[in-house]
Design a protein around this ligand. Structure first.
Ligand code: XLS
Ligand code: NI
Ligand code: NI
Length: 437
């Protein structure tokens, strides 16, 4: 197998190839359904897993080294940036996402931390100009520092709320400077562990106040992109306020934030919420809140966010089906919020993991288009609801029917049979589309 340094750029060699460092399905500039694959998929590199995570778990330390030979803090972070851009180049990834804490060292004071951050934003801006790479979204790490142990916007301590505000302000400024089209709020520790120490009503209202302040600041400073909430039901707190897509949409609607705010749906978070990835995407879509995707996968047998690279092609196909039905990404994209396993501890593994994830989504895109062209599944769904296209059904949908009218309809149609849902047949149709010639 080649070494990391021997891979200049990962080529597309097609599904017949056995070359490990080649794409079998992702052909970035191939036009399908009117768009280049890179534009359909809008892949992004996650800075935290790729340049930060070193393999540590609850029972053991690092299995990888990510200081890239440097020892001085700012030099380490410049080296991380160099490797991030090199990886994007090797992998034909056009976008990247980061937390403030991923790109620059934490200083002794808040001021020093923000100065370090801004110095690194300058560096990233320069690298973007040299390479044409872009920011998909920025976010603040408002969960790692011990000051955020009880939350950030939902902390019982208003000083923590203000710390979070300072960091979000710096991140929004950076997002605007770097031309990002998204800004993510992931709950971090916005939730609680027990009600015997928590004022839930105040915490929820404060969360809405915080999001409103951030929105107003960003808009006043010319930010045109979307804000995204990233639902997650649990971890690190027992009850996270942003439980799932439906909960987040309700919260955003209640606080007049839907519109400016959309959702960033993460596959592994759907699993933790007891939903499918497709369910979460559909709930975002029906609420007009589909924004972006954190592409990864969990392990249904584990109750935590394993952030594995996505390789389940049923999931990627059904996810890309939702993306296509939505008309594609606008501000959002597919960010690999995914890390290599602790035992996959080489730079080669990072390349191989991205190739696996990107190819799984590229194949998912190709298969989702096939599903739509085939039409059997869409036609079945349409036909299943045909009773709403005429007579009483049409009047119900148009909002004209009254309860009395529906009751009369029931009395005059005492017998009827609901048609079969044909689930097993449709599952076999999906298999045929995915695996047939
Ligand atoms: C954690 C989240 C996190 C967000 C960004 O579970 O997925 O990585 O995407 O803060
Ligand atoms: Ni995420
Ligand atoms: Ni996650």
């Amino acid at each position: 197998m080649k070494k990391y340094s021997e891979v200049a750029k990962v080529p597309y060699l097609g599904p017949e190839s056995k070359e490990p460092f080649a794409f079998k399905y992702y052909n970035p500039d191939e036009v399908i359904a009117g768009k280049k694959m890179r534009e359909h998929l809008k892949f992004a590199l996650s800075y935290w897993h790729t340049l930060g995570y070193c393999g540590t778990d609850m029972f053991g330390g690092d299995t990888e080294e990510k200081n890239f030979g440097e020892t001085e803090p700012m030099a380490i972070y410049r080296a991380k940036a160099d490797v991030a851009f090199e990886l994007m180049e090797k992998l034909s990834i056009d976008y990247y996402c980061f937390h403030d804490a991923d790109i620059a060292p934490t200083g002794k004071t808040m001021k020093e931390t923000i100065d370090n951050f801004n110095t690194m934003v300058d560096y990233l801006e320069k690298k973007q100009k040299e390479t044409g790479k872009k920011v998909l979204w920025v976010t603040a790490n408002n969960f790692g520092d011990k000051r955020f142990m009880a939350g950030a916007a939902t902390s019982p301590d208003s000083a923590a709320f203000c710390w979070a505000a300072a960091k979000v302000k710096a991140c929004i400024d950076a997002d605007i400077r770097l031309g990002g089209t998204g800004y993510v709020f992931w709950g971090g520790r916005e939730g609680y562990d027990t009600l015997i120490n928590t004022d839930v009503a105040l915490e929820l209202d404060n969360l809405a106040r915080f999001l409103t302040m951030a929105r107003d600041y960003a808009r006043a400073h010319g930010y045109k992109g979307d804000f995204y909430i990233e639902p997650k039901p649990k971890e690190p707190t027992k009850h996270q306020y942003d439980f799932d897509a439906a909960t987040c949409c309700n919260f955003l609607r209640e606080h007049n934030l839907l519109g400016d705010f959309k959702l960033n749906i993460e596959a592994n978070h759907a699993t933790l919420a007891g939903h499918t990835f497709q369910h979460e995407l559909r709930m975002a879509r029906v609420n007009g809140a589909f924004g972006s995707i954190d592409a990864n996968q969990g392990d249904p047998m584990l109750g935590w966010d394993t952030d594995q690279f996505p390789t389940n092609v049923y999931d990627t196909t059904l996810a890309m089906y939702e993306v296509l039905k939505e008309g594609g990404f606008t501000t959002g994209g597919l960010n690999f919020d995914a890390k290599t396993r602790r035992q996959s501890n080489t730079m080669e593994d990072i390349l191989l993991a991205y190739i696996a994830g990107m190819d799984s989504f590229a194949l998912g895109l190709r298969l989702a288009l096939k599903m739509i062209e085939d039409g059997r599944i869409d036609d079945f769904i349409k036909e299943r609801y045909h009773s709403y296209e005429e007579g009483i059904g049409k009047r119900i949908v148009e909002g004209k029917a009254t309860l009395e009218e529906c009751a009369e309809h029931a009395l005059s149609h005492p017998d009827f049979a609901v048609a079969s849902g044909r689930q097993e047949y449709l599952e076999s149709v999906l298999n045929e589309i995915m695996f047939g010639k």
